[in-house]
Design a binder for this molecule. Structure first.
Ligand code: F0G
Length: 358
């Protein structure tokens, strides 16, 4: 039939992964949404598209890499998987491990993970450990654990994660009929930007696209090791997903950005939240703060003249995770709903002025 059956089924010839029946939640095939109002608001006369990865089964792009990582882990006879995570990897690993019937152990920075991610990982039945330290410290523990114990590592250090995540680049090219001129993408542990570049290069080599995009890797100012050129010991940002100071795939990401003729940029938390508001209010796209960093970076790139304001340009920004992941940040910055008595006259007095506004 024509049912979508996930990224391994769709892109098998391009993916190096065990040929067993995939562990899948039918991830991928996410929309590439034109963003006319947002483009206008940021003064970009070209074509702006948003790759809405929050619509994956667990609400982030991680599912693309987890279908391949868990499929490979099962093929190799693993009994348990482990990861360090700012939240999305944890939720995705937990879901795919549940589907595979494997145990999942996830280490998250205590108190620095968005509520929706924590709750999801718990619901999927993972053993969640809150590490008294940041993501980088948690990852160091996990790397050590897999040297000592027979547990499969499913962080993006695992090459099968990148195999799956490159399919987002394939989809963008298939959807546009070409590669974009620029791809704006948030960068934390630097696995995803590395995977996109791998995907674009593979499609280019296969003759599916004529030219490669430039990569705009966007980090938060307080957690921008790839912009600064050195590790950050105490990373801080409202975008907890990318609160990372020692990106595991930093060197490869730096090479990808260089090869593409692109750039890394840092944006402030204020810029991130402003882009977050614009995405929701102008386009109806509710994302988590890390995802809005891509749009904030694009805005900055336009302001700096790094990306020219030209009509013929096609730009894609990757919206990596769903807004429902992080209700707490949203509640903190949005005004609370006005309270209205359950009474017609009182309600009318509230309603009428609302209808007068343009
Ligand atoms: N956006 C979101 C929503 C993320 O969750 C992450 C990473 C990124 C962007 C950055 O991707 O790490 O490949 O550069 N989240 C990881 C996690 C670290 O544990 O969920 P990256």
């Amino acid at each position: 039939g024509s049912m979508w059956r996930g990224i391994i089924h769709a892109y098998r010839p391009f993916l190096r992964v065990a040929s067993i029946d995939p562990i899948t939640l039918h991830e991928g095939n996410t929309p590439l949404v034109p963003a006319l109002r947002l483009a206008q608001a940021i003064g970009f006369p070209g074509s702006l598209y948003l790759k809405y990865e929050g619509l994956n089964p667990t609400g982030s792009f991680k599912d693309r890499g987890m279908t391949t990582a868990l499929t490979q882990a099962v093929a190799e006879g693993a009994q348990a998987v482990i990861c360090a995570s700012t939240g999305n990897t944890a939720a995705s690993a937990a879901a795919y491990a549940a589907r595979a019937g494997l145990r999942a152990i996830v280490l998250v920075p205590a108190g620095k993970i968005a509520l929706g991610k924590l709750v999801a990982a718990m619901a999927y039945g993972a053993t969640v450990l809150a590490v008294e330290g940041n993501f980088d410290a948690a990852l160091a523990l996990v790397r050590r654990a897999v040297e000592v114990y027979p547990i499969a590592l499913v962080n993006s250090l695992n090459p099968y994660r990148l195999e799956g995540q490159q399919t987002a680049a394939f989809e963008i090219c298939d959807q546009l009929g070409r590669a974009p001129d620029w791809l704006a993408i948030p960068v934390g542990n630097a696995g995803n930007i590395t995977a996109y570049w791998k995907g674009f290069r593979a499609y280019h080599q296969a003759g599916r696209i004529a030219a490669l995009p430039r990569l705009l890797g966007v980090q938060a100012e307080g957690a921008a090791p790839l912009v600064r050129g050195h590790p950050i010991d105490q990373p801080e940002t409202v975008a907890t997903a990318i609160r990372i100071g020692r990106p595991a795939r930093g060197a490869e990401a730096a090479q990808a950005v260089r090869e593409s003729g692109g750039r890394f940029l840092a944006v402030s938390d204020e810029e991130i939240l402003e882009a977050w508001r614009m995405l929701a209010a102008l386009e109806g796209l509710f994302v988590e703060p890390a995802s809005a960093a891509a749009v904030a970076g694009l805005r900055r790139a336009l302001a700096e003249g790094l990306i020219p304001r030209r009509e013929e340009l096609q730009v894609v920004a990757v919206l990596t995770g769903h807004g429902l992941k992080d209700p707490e940040v949203a509640l903190r910055i949005l005004p609370a709903p006005a309270r209205v008595p359950a009474d017609w006259e009182a309600f009318r007095r509230t309603l009428e002025p609302l209808l007068e506004r343009p």
